[in-house]
Design a protein around this ligand. Structure first.
Ligand SMILES: Nc1ncnc2c1ncn2[C@@H]1O[C@H](COP(=O)(O)OP(=O)(O)OP(=O)(O)O)[C@@H](O)[C@H]1O
Ligand SMILES: [Mg+2]
Length: 486
């Protein structure tokens, strides 16, 4: 039998049979109608207030229209609309940047949000990202969308238990579903990701050679552009750089871009470039420049000798620095040395002379393991990033992946998971006009690979650089910035 029963909780159903089993039922309380109206009115007021707080502009606009209409009839709102149009036109004419920031970007972002919202449900469901839980279908939630010139960034809240990799796996489905060129999944706060939906290839046009900086910053040498339009800078001081890309992927423009950005410092004797050019093609154009501010070697034997000389000089410098100086600052006595090696795989894997191969590999391994802090940096380019070809691949802290033949190669260069995070090097166009020099890098502040393109340094630009270097150094040599090793 039940415990204590109180009359207001239970009511016995009226039954005239004294032997019938008792039947109990909950009482029905009728809410008075005015209370229902009051609760609904309070709820409406709260929702309205919340809407006005979150969207003050539509609220303000509605209030202005209502007040002017009440005061002056239809000419009132018409005058307000004309004044608003004139104000926007004025802003656009006088302050185009602010107009873009305050009007164009928010309006475009809102529009793009609406476009994604419209297709969100079917695309998520068909891509297999709708999760079922206790009979309910749960979808990732679309958050704020920021529209850029060529790509949109959409914040997405994941369903509990979903991982960013799940979305990365379906990135092709999402791109096709939303009608964009590609979709990359970027890291967001826990439980969220950012989808980068690319509408237009911002790097489709070749970029002309960048202006040579008057004072080169060896930690930020301008060599190209990022997909978001910002200048791409590459650090050389305190690191080593590996550039991997299939034949014709534009490795040359990266090597030359770095040399170009350092030209004033080479001219001033603060940077020496030791160029190793086994193919006798890529760097031969600047032979004069290198011989004036460094050295140039072409065959396997001279290259091995050059690298071994560098190892000796580096070790001698390390002995001098020991206990005296922890970081290297480029000076005329101890310049920053960049060892530039094109087609490094030919030297370390393909050349027939085993002795030379071992000598080259040993010298490169020593330079990459010991050179960083004493002002030696190795910049190497190669076509095939497999370990068998360059087993010291991991001694290069910074890497750039250009067009590669196989999907798995992006992970070999940029680290595991790089392709899932958007480094689709195998999808870069083989047409030099649209794809040469295009690649992916991992920037220091961002774990996700960023799509970039090197500026194209033409043969004429190289000749001009070499000619400029032929002018004798003046007393006012540029001081270098970023002279401390990381
Ligand atoms: N950044 C760039 N923008 C536009 N075109 C480029 C760029 N870099 C290179 N190219 C063009 O692409 C072609 C191939 O470039 P490059 O010789 O540098 O490739 P590579 O990767 O060095 O090839 P290989 O491994 O065969 O030496 C060249 O014709 C060059 O004109
Ligand atoms: Mg080349």
């Amino acid at each position: 039998m039940r415990g204590t029963l109180r009359g207001e909780q239970y009511t016995q159903v009226d039954n005239h049979d004294p032997f019938a089993a008792p039947v109990w039922r909950s009482p029905v309380h009728r809410t008075p109608e005015p209370v229902i109206w009051l609760v609904q009115a309070v709820r409406l007021v709260f929702r309205l207030a919340w809407f006005l707080i979150r969207h003050p502009l539509p609220g303000l606009a509605a209030a202005v229209v209502a007040v002017t209409w009440a005061k002056a009839g239809w000419p009132g709102p018409a005058a307000v609309a004309l004044a608003a149009i004139a104000a926007l036109a004025g802003l656009r004419a006088w302050q185009p940047d602010r107009f873009t920031r305050w009007v164009t970007v928010p309006a475009r972002s809102r529009w793009r949000w609406w476009c994604y919202r419209r297709h969100w449900h079917p695309v998520m469901t068909i891509a297999g990202l709708a999760a079922a839980y206790r009979g309910k279908v749960m979808l990732p939630e679309l958050g704020k969308v920021t529209a850029g010139r060529c790509a949109d960034r959409a914040a997405v809240r994941l369903v509990s238990g979903q991982s960013p990799d799940l979305l990365a796996d379906r990135s092709a489905n999402l791109a096709h579903g939303f009608g964009v060129i590609s979709c990359r999944v970027r890291t967001g706060p826990p439980g969220s990701v950012v989808l980068e939906l690319v509408r237009k290839d911002a790097l489709a046009e070749p970029i002309g050679a960048l202006a040579i900086p008057a004072v080169p910053d060896l930690r930020a040498l301008p060599v190209g552009r990022r997909e978001d339009g910002a200048v791409l800078t590459v650090r050389l001081h305190g690191t080593h750089l590996l550039i991997a890309g299939a034949t014709g992927s534009g490795k040359g423009s990266w090597l030359w871009g770095l040399v170009r950005a350092m030209t004033p410092a080479m001219h001033a004797g603060l940077v020496k470039v030791h160029a190793c050019d086994p193919k006798l093609m890529e760097l031969a154009y600047g032979r004069g420049l290198f011989e004036r501010s460094g050295s140039y070697a072409a065959g396997p034997e001279p290259i091995a000798a050059l690298l071994e000389d560098d190892v000796k000089a580096m070790q001698e410098r390390a002995t001098r620095f020991a206990g005296r100086q922890r970081d290297h600052i480029p000076t005329a006595e101890d310049p920053f040395v960049v060892v530039l090696v094109d087609e490094v795989a030919f030297l370390t894997a393909y050349q027939a002379d085993r002795k030379l191969r071992d000598r080259t590999l040993a010298a490169l391994a020593t330079l990459t393991t010991q050179g960083r802090a004493v002002g030696y940096s190795v910049v190497a380019a190669l076509q095939d990033p497999r370990k068998e070809v360059l087993n010291i691949r991991n001694l290069f802290p910074d890497k750039i992946a250009l067009r590669l033949d196989e999907p798995s190669q992006a992970d070999l260069v940029l680290g595991d998971g790089a392709r899932d995070r958007g480094a689709v090097c195998d999808e870069i166009s083989a047409d030099p006009a649209t794809g040469a020099g295009v690649g992916f890098v991992r920037l220091e502040a961002d774990p996700d690979p960023v799509r970039v393109r090197a500026a194209f340094v033409s043969d004429d630009d190289i000749r001009a650089m070499t000619a400029a270097c032929a002018i004798p150094a003046t007393a006012g040599a540029p001081a270098l910035t970023g002279g401390e090793a990381a």
